[in-house]
Design a protein around this ligand. Structure first.
Ligand code: ARG
Length: 461
């Protein structure tokens, strides 16, 4: 049997393989709510413009509401032969209300319909990501305020560089996630134009009111070009690109958690709720949630790459290739949402081991820069010379197998005779972080201020 939606010119039905490659209902049924919402807005507009009668419009709206409750209660039967969510809904509508159902598709095509449905779905998803990012920022900023003065090693090249505070480290991520959030909001603003009424590609000869449907669906305005409207998938590509950048940030934090909770570092303790054990090694407590957040990055980037590649060679306007956007986008966006939830839970429960962090901060000659700065400030050496002198002292310390603050004053004097006992005051990690008061620096006062600033801004939203 040929397809009852478009089979007028067909004598035969599709091959089973054709049905399998063509049907998208197994995944695009996710768009049922958006599809019904879009159809209701469309038919109300058709009635307002006297393109369909008020009675038909009423029957259609009621039928669509029935379908919504059938889908939500699990009694709706989806059919692969009907390809996608749009035709499944419309076919059921015909069963429920008879021939009036056929009037719904006036001045519309599946091409503008699918673009509308998908945009509505992506828009909701961006709003969820926005909320999730803000929750994560809140958890991080609260923890940062609590640990604004707790010292840990700051790294470059994963080598001890200079002491920082744990709060400062966490606040670095708050800044990253704040930028991620602003990207999400920006993407939402740009995508919020309604494709509905662009029809197949060229617009329609019916006297429709696109502003009315745009408004009913919460869009800022209708799209200005019908070809663009049905061909555009950059809204979802942009959402995936936002997701990819966020995933990259999450993955860096996840990587740090994995390193920090190793026995060799021992900087943090993960809660039991976000770790797992080993079936053979009883001592193990593995940071699986962090590892999975790190791993999800792959499939999130993959979905972005998939869509960019799928779109790149398509002539205007719609091609069926574009149906391949959904599964990948659903997967990529569900993954980022889950990764955010897992990271938020993990960070909420994570406990720093302050003593271990502090001890590590004092090792690896991490206050060498403080020594060099002291030579500049107190003895008036040019920084380059101070750097050289300090380098010699570090070499001395390495030779003796001690930390910088354990090198005897006489030995220091042999390198730089003007050095005094006072130098030892800057070699402590606490002093080091307290002295970093430049704007954006790691001093506890600074960190506390930044954490409070963010907490206040988040609470005021
Ligand atoms: N299921 C299709 C998709 O997701 C809907 C649009 C079909 N349009 C068409 N002209 N065949 O892209």
């Amino acid at each position: 049997m040929s397809n009852r939606m478009w089979g007028g010119r067909f004598a035969e039905g599709p091959d089973a393989i054709m049905e399998e490659i063509n049907a998208s209902i197994d995944y695009d049924r996710k768009l049922y709510r958006q599809d019904i919402e879009g159809s209701k807005a469309h038919v109300r507009m058709l009635a307002a413009r006297q393109i369909v009668t008020p009675d038909d419009a009423k029957a259609i709206v009621q039928g669509l509401d029935t379908i919504l409750s059938e889908i939500e209660s699990g009694t709706f039967t989806f059919s692969r032969a009907l390809e996608d969510i749009h035709m499944n809904v419309e076919a059921r509508l015909a069963e429920l209300i008879g021939p009036a159902a056929g009037r719904l598709h006036t001045a519309r095509s599946r091409n503008d319909q699918v673009a509308t449905d998908f945009k509505l779905w992506v828009r909701d998803t961006l709003d969820t990501l926005d909320d999730q990012l803000s929750e994560l920022m809140q958890v991080l900023a609260e923890k940062a305020e609590l640990h604004a003065g707790d010292v840990m090693p700051g790294f470059t090249h994963l080598q001890s560089a200079q002491p920082v505070t744990f709060g400062h480290h966490l606040m670095a991520y708050v800044e990253m996630f704040a930028r991620d959030r602003s990207r999400v909001r920006d993407a939402r603003k740009r995508m919020n134009e309604s494709p509905l009424g662009s029809a197949a590609l060229a617009g329609t000869s019916f006297p429709i009111d696109r502003k009315m449907t745009a408004e009913a669906l919460g869009f800022d305005r209708p799209t200005a070009n019908s070809l663009d409207a049905v061909s555009d998938r950059d809204f979802v590509i942009e959402a995936l690109s936002c997701a990819s950048i966020t995933a990259m940030h999450l993955s860096r934090l996840a990587e740090e958690i994995v390193i920090w909770c190793s026995a060799q570092f021992g900087f943090v303790k993960l809660s039991d709720k976000f770790s797992t054990g080993s079936s053979i090694m009883p001592q193990k407590k593995n940071p699986d949630a962090a590892e999975l957040v790190r791993a999800k990055t792959g499939r999130i980037y993959g979905s972005l790459q998939g869509l960019l590649t799928m779109m790149k060679g398509l002539p205007l306007a719609y091609s069926k290739d574009m149906q391949e956007d959904k599964e990948q986008a659903f997967d990529g966006l569900a993954s980022i949402s889950l990764a955010l939830a897992a990271m938020t839970g993990m960070m909420r429960d994570l406990e720093p081991v302050i003593k271990t962090m502090k001890k590590a901060a004092g090792s690896g000659y991490a206050t060498a820069t403080d020594l060099a700065d002291w030579l500049v400030r107190v003895l008036g050496l040019p920084f380059r010379d101070a750097h050289h002198v300090t380098g010699k002292m570090v070499a001395l310390a390495v030779d003796k197998g001690v930390e910088l603050h354990k090198v005897p004053l006489e030995d220091m004097k042999a390198v730089e005779p003007r050095i005094t006992q006072e130098v030892f005051s800057v070699l402590s990690v606490d002093k080091s972080v307290r002295s970093r008061t430049s704007y954006g620096g790691t001093s506890p006062v600074n960190v506390r201020k930044q954490a409070r600033r963010w907490l206040k801004a988040l609470a005021a939203e």
